[in-house]
Design a protein around this ligand. Structure first.
Ligand code: SF4
Length: 76
Protein backbone atom coordinates (compact mmCIF):
# COMPACT_ATOMS: atom_id res chain seq x y z
CA UNK A 1 0.00 0.00 0.00
CA UNK A 2 1.38 3.43 -0.89
CA UNK A 3 0.37 6.71 0.64
CA UNK A 4 1.49 10.28 -0.03
CA UNK A 5 2.86 12.10 2.99
CA UNK A 6 3.96 15.72 2.64
CA UNK A 7 4.75 15.19 -1.03
CA UNK A 8 6.73 12.00 -0.42
CA UNK A 9 5.55 8.57 -1.40
CA UNK A 10 6.04 6.17 1.46
CA UNK A 11 5.46 2.45 1.65
CA UNK A 12 2.91 1.21 4.18
CA UNK A 13 3.24 -2.44 5.07
CA UNK A 14 -0.13 -4.07 5.32
CA UNK A 15 -0.73 -5.94 8.54
CA UNK A 16 -3.29 -8.58 9.34
CA UNK A 17 -4.76 -8.97 12.80
CA UNK A 18 -5.85 -12.33 14.14
CA UNK A 19 -7.63 -13.15 17.39
CA UNK A 20 -7.38 -16.60 18.93
CA UNK A 21 -10.96 -16.60 20.17
CA UNK A 22 -10.52 -19.93 21.93
CA UNK A 23 -8.16 -18.28 24.40
CA UNK A 24 -9.89 -14.87 24.52
CA UNK A 25 -11.29 -14.26 28.01
CA UNK A 26 -13.55 -11.40 26.91
CA UNK A 27 -11.94 -9.00 29.37
CA UNK A 28 -12.57 -6.02 27.06
CA UNK A 29 -9.09 -4.51 27.37
CA UNK A 30 -8.59 -4.53 23.60
CA UNK A 31 -11.93 -2.82 22.97
CA UNK A 32 -11.09 -0.18 25.55
CA UNK A 33 -7.64 0.42 24.03
CA UNK A 34 -8.71 0.37 20.36
CA UNK A 35 -12.51 0.72 20.07
CA UNK A 36 -12.34 1.25 16.31
CA UNK A 37 -10.64 -2.12 15.91
CA UNK A 38 -12.08 -4.47 18.54
CA UNK A 39 -15.53 -5.23 19.86
CA UNK A 40 -16.70 -7.79 22.37
CA UNK A 41 -19.49 -9.76 20.68
CA UNK A 42 -22.54 -11.53 22.09
CA UNK A 43 -20.47 -14.63 22.89
CA UNK A 44 -18.21 -12.45 25.06
CA UNK A 45 -15.22 -12.86 22.79
CA UNK A 46 -13.27 -10.17 20.96
CA UNK A 47 -13.96 -9.54 17.30
CA UNK A 48 -11.62 -7.64 15.00
CA UNK A 49 -13.70 -5.09 13.12
CA UNK A 50 -11.21 -4.85 10.25
CA UNK A 51 -11.52 -1.09 10.10
CA UNK A 52 -8.57 0.30 8.11
CA UNK A 53 -8.94 3.62 9.91
CA UNK A 54 -8.11 2.06 13.29
CA UNK A 55 -4.71 3.34 14.42
CA UNK A 56 -2.13 0.55 14.25
CA UNK A 57 -0.33 1.84 17.37
CA UNK A 58 -3.53 1.32 19.38
CA UNK A 59 -3.95 -2.16 17.92
CA UNK A 60 -0.35 -2.99 18.86
CA UNK A 61 -0.89 -1.67 22.40
CA UNK A 62 -4.05 -3.77 22.69
CA UNK A 63 -2.11 -6.85 21.55
CA UNK A 64 0.59 -6.14 24.14
CA UNK A 65 -1.98 -5.61 26.91
CA UNK A 66 -4.03 -8.71 26.14
CA UNK A 67 -3.70 -10.95 29.24
CA UNK A 68 -3.80 -14.16 27.21
CA UNK A 69 -1.70 -12.81 24.29
CA UNK A 70 -4.33 -14.02 21.86
CA UNK A 71 -4.08 -11.04 19.46
CA UNK A 72 -1.53 -11.65 16.72
CA UNK A 73 -0.36 -9.03 14.21
CA UNK A 74 1.20 -10.41 11.05
CA UNK A 75 2.95 -8.30 8.42
CA UNK A 76 2.23 -9.24 4.81
S1 SF4 B 1 -7.69 -8.22 25.53
FE1 SF4 B 1 -7.40 -10.33 24.81
S2 SF4 B 1 -8.52 -11.58 26.28
FE2 SF4 B 1 -9.25 -9.48 26.55
S3 SF4 B 1 -11.04 -9.37 25.22
FE3 SF4 B 1 -9.31 -8.64 24.01
S4 SF4 B 1 -8.57 -10.45 22.90
FE4 SF4 B 1 -9.89 -11.17 24.57
Amino acid sequence: MYRKLKGKEITMKKKDVYIDRLHCKGCGACEEMAPEAFKIDESEKADFLGDDSAPMDQIEMAANMCPTKCIEIVED
